[in-house]
Ligand binder design. Structure first.
Ligand SMILES: Nc1ncnc2c1ncn2[C@@H]1O[C@H](COP(=O)(O)OP(=O)(O)OP(=O)(O)O)[C@@H](O)[C@H]1O
Length: 357
């Protein structure tokens, strides 16, 4: 499952049929994915799905029960053989920054630099502090920095030994939403500028989408889909991915033809053909951006919830007990609870799953 196709330059990281866990049990089962040089990958999924466990196996902290991890075509983990963490050229950035409180920022960044003259080390640290925009704080101590600044120090420290791969374990989760968004873009820029590949662990889908080239959606220790963010959103491979990624929900429908579904929202035409016979009962994925306001529409569902969010408002509409859906409108379209609003479906990407399957 998810066996990667081969990259022309060879993969930077290959994970094949990885199984690992604790006390002999595998909480991660048969996981396969591959990352190209310079790409940022993400492990995304709900709490307890095994994201950190995979990261620990990549770092060399956890032996494998099955499968193989290769970095630059060299096997670094196999059952019974785990290359030590310090020998695999993999850097880590943790959620809690893990900086040394008694060392200056410059000394924190230079901590892992061995076999270098004092002058070389000074030069390397200065370069890295510039990359993370902290050159003016070289002589400060961690407690004098904000959370976002501390996390950039942690990144510079992980980058210092020039690792092949950086592992980022929920690196922004201690920061407020705005800083999180800015820092995730900053970190992406830094990694892209340096051409360093990374794997990010997060349960925040927006962060995954903003920062990563490829994303694995995990559930119960298994990859549900490994894909680019656009496809995860518009072409989810199963009901779990469809529900986990992005907003929206399902409305019941019945197929009229391969690309046409009838529902209480009317007849929906899509851009893809399913090979179900006419009359198959399905659930259709409706995203808030699939619904548009149309004064001429005969479909007039009732507003049952309204969440104002500044430039836009998220409405929850009800046609019947079985058919509820959400719509995102620019906030100048202002409707009140209980109002019947004319809308229609405008979904380019028709995603449906057979009912009870
Ligand atoms: N040291 C451990 N010993 C035994 N079981 C563990 C250990 N660490 C994690 N687990 C179990 O392994 C499963 C996967 O945990 P993991 O930490 O990988 O999940 P996660 O997706 O990173 O979750 P979160 O987002 O909450 O950090 C969970 O059921 C967890 O209870």
């Amino acid at each position: 499952m998810h066996t990667p196709t081969h990259s022309p330059d060879g993969w930077l990281l290959e994970v094949n049929n990885l199984s690992c866990g604790y006390g002999g049990d595998s909480v991660v089962k048969d996981v396969s994915f591959a990352l190209s040089h310079g790409d940022i990958g993400c492990l995304l999924g709900p709490s307890g799905c095994g994201k950190s466990t995979i990261l620990r196996a990549l770092a060399g902290f956890l032996p494998l029960n099955g499968g193989e991890i290769s970095l630059l075509s060299q096997a670094i983990s196999l059952p019974g053989r785990t290359l030590a963490p310090e020998k695999r050229r993999v850097g880590m950035v943790f959620q809690d920054y893990a900086l040394f409180p008694h060392l200056t920022i410059a000394d924190n960044v230079g901590f892992g630099l061995r076999d270098m003259s004092k002058a070389e080390k000074h030069q390397k640290v200065a370069e890295l502090l510039e990359v993370v925009h902290l050159q003016d704080l070289a002589n400060n101590y961690p407690h004098e920095l904000s959370g976002g600044q501390q996390q950039r120090v942690a990144l510079a420290r992980a980058l210092a030994p020039e690792p092949t791969l950086i592992l980022l374990d929920e690196p922004f989760s201690n920061l407020d939403a705005d800083l999180r968004r800015r820092l995730s873009l900053d970190v992406r820029d830094i990694l892209k500028t340096l051409g360093i590949s990374a794997i990010l662990v997060t349960h925040d889908q927006q962060e995954a989408f903003a920062m990563c080239d490829q994303v694995a959606v995990l559930r119960d220790g298994q990859i549900q889909q490994w894909d680019v963010p656009y496809n995860l959103y518009h072409e989810p491979s199963n009901r779990f991915v469809a529900g986990f990624v992005g907003q929206g929900g399902f409305v019941p429908g019945k197929t009229l033809g391969p690309d046409t579904i009838e529902s209480e929202l009317g007849v929906i035409h899509g851009n893809r053909a399913y090979n179900w016979s006419a009359g198959t009962l399905v659930d259709v994925l409706i995203r808030p951006d699939d619904i548009v306001y149309d004064a001429d529409s005969e479909l007039r569902p009732k507003v049952i919830e309204k969440t104002f969010a500044g430039t836009s408002t998220l409405y929850r509409f009800r046609c019947s007990e079985d058919t509820e859906f959400e719509a995102l409108f620019r906030s100048h379209l202002d409707f009140h609870l209980g109002e019947h609003v004319p809308v229609r479906v405008e979904a380019d990407h028709l995603i449906a799953f057979e009912r009870n399957v």
